[in-house]
Design a protein around this ligand. Structure first.
Ligand code: NDP
Length: 481
């Protein structure tokens, strides 16, 4: 069986333990490759390599650094088909989605930061005519980058690209559930001539390899994307060591639909924002609030359309919903559907596993599920399910829906549908989340700040925010008189 390898000091190597973990293809429910079960020894080797590479990489002229990252981006584009296939097989997502979104975005991330660093500038402040202050921004050192399974290469590169562009060296751990494209990425780095030790990828369990990264005294900065519970644990470990931290965590995002919206557009995009990637995007709108004037019409048309979404083999171009990422995650989603019923929810469609014939008959498929009749305060409407499950809740007034939207512990993103410009601004300002989309969803401009409020995270990524995070600022004040 194919064995994924760690990428340490420019070499593809076996884990120190010699042990491997099973890697499943979730659409088939079968093990199809093996992942290094790395531990603190592998992380230690990676940190030593990253430290040794730091001086050379951080002092390399920016244009040269940028050229290597651009070459990696070109190789991602060249291998687009192979990478999309690998992402779909590893994660269960439709091949068409991996091909259209995940892989193009991975090369965009590399290209964006490879060029952004050429324009990155720091401030200077003239203090009357007494003194000149100027700020320098220098790379921090060895960055620890830990990424989740839902958008594997997309989110892996979203961290690694700005970290490297800013001149840091990196020890990264992709999710053990979806390691394949990060492994293929390491092959591309070797081909592109990335100097040894600049990027090190250690595969394995979060609690073992991930924890060793977070605890390592020579890693002064952690960029983490994943669940809120893991984020709390990471913060508790890293904060007493005074590490710089960026935490991109979970969400329970409201999708607010006012009577005065463009109904057809709201309906169409809401189906996408509910079920894209099997609902496993941190930005999915899992709580749909619909104003009472259009509530009945919206619910009936939404359910009618959701029933037509084809759940099936991710390789089949007509499949709109693929497999969820693992058996464990499938069981978690089904337990939430059961909870919703126990809490008095009515399931209008879905609510069950789907058996897909052929090669996928053992796969982890769940029908897109729409639930009504639940109060906004119940657990189903407060906790992140992270699957193809949405609830629809009616509301009367603007103030009421703002309070409901803000009523969870999360604050990652929100969507608002209205044709009333003043209302769009008014509501956007009052929603407590890091991102608000009005009459659209998942429109991303990589220059914008990205991140969550409340328990959805600490800090912002994206654009200059990421370059600032991955650098240390120093102010130098020179007396002029
Ligand atoms: P997890 O928190 O389970 O894992 C994220 C990563 O952290 C994985 O690589 C995991 O490894 C690792 N990890 C786990 N425990 C530790 C530890 N003790 N120390 C260091 N690393 C550890 O999240 P999921 O992978 O399940 O991803 C889904 C979650 O991510 C959802 O909550 C979703 O909302 C959130 N997310 C947030 C985004 C955002 O931008 N705000 C974007 C995308 C997802 P392993 O897989 O081996 O356990």
């Amino acid at each position: 069986m194919f064995k994924i390898k760690n990428y340490i000091n420019g070499q593809l190597v076996e884990p120190e333990s010699g042990e491997y973990l099973d890697n499943y293809n979730p659409a088939e429910g079968k093990v199809y490759s093996l992942i290094p079960d790395s531990d603190d020894r592998d992380v230690q080797k990676a940190v030593v390599a990253a430290n040794a590479a730091f001086d050379g990489w951080s002092s390399m002229p920016v244009l040269k650094r940028s050229a290597i990252l651009l070459k990696i981006a070109d190789f991602i584009d060249r291998d687009h088909e192979k990478l999309a296939r690998a992402e779909s097989d590893d994660n269960g997502k439709p091949l068409s989605l991996a091909s259209r979104v995940d892989i193009p975005r991975a090369s965009s991330n590399m290209r964006f930061y490879a060029t952004a660093i050429q324009h990155f500038a720091s401030e200077s402040h003239m203090s009357d005519d007494q003194a000149l202050n100027y700020t320098t921004r220098t790379p921090v050192g060895v960055a620890g980058c830990i990424s989740p399974w839902n958008l594997p290469l997309y989110l892996f590169t979203w961290k690694v690209a700005p970290a490297l562009a800013a001149g840091n060296t990196v020890v990264a751990k992709p999710s053990e559930i979806t390691p394949m494209t990060a492994y293929l990425f390491s092959e591309l780095c070797i081909e592109a001539g990335l100097p040894e030790g600049v990027l090190n990828i250690v595969h394995g369990l979060g609690a073992k390899a991930g924890q060793a990264i977070v605890e390592h005294p020579d890693i002064p900065l952690i960029s983490f994307t994943g669940g809120t519970t893991t984020g709390k644990h990471i913060a508790a470990t890293a904060a007493p060591m005074f590490k710089k931290m960026s935490l991109e965590l979970g969400g329970k995002n409201p999708n607010i639909i006012f009577d005065d919206c463009d109904f057809d557009q709201a309906l169409k995009v809401s189906i996408h924002s509910s079920f894209a990637n099997q609902g496993q995007i941190c930005l999915c709108g899992s709580r749909i609030f619909v104003q009472e004037g259009i509530y009945d019409r919206f619910v009936s048309q939404f359910v009618e359309r959701v029933k037509t979404l084809k759940v099936g083999d991710p390789h089949d171009e007509t499949s709109k919903v693929g497999a969820v990422v693992s058996k464990q995650h499938k069981d978690k989603i089904l337990s939430y559907i059961k909870l919703a019923q126990d809490e008095g929810g009515e399931i209008l469609c879905g609510g069950h596993q789907v058996k897909v014939e052929g090669r996928c008959e053992e796969g982890y498929f769940i029908a897109p599920t729409v639930i009504v009749g639940l109060d906004a305060t119940c657990r189903t409407n407060q906790e992140e399910i992270f699957g193809p499950v949405v609830t629809i809740i009616p509301f009367k007034a603007e103030d009421e829906v703002i309070a409901l939207a803000n009523s969870t512990a999360y604050g990652l993103s929100a969507t608002i549908w209205t044709d009333n410009l003043k209302r769009a601004h008014r509501v956007s300002h009052q929603i407590k989340s890091g991102i608000v989309w009005v009459n659209t969803w998942l429109f991303r401009d990589l220059r914008t700040p990205f991140g969550g409020m409340k328990q959805s995270g600490v800090g912002r990524e994206g654009g200059e925010e990421a370059l600032r995070f991955f650098t240390e600022s120093k102010n130098i004040c020179i007396a002029l008189k």
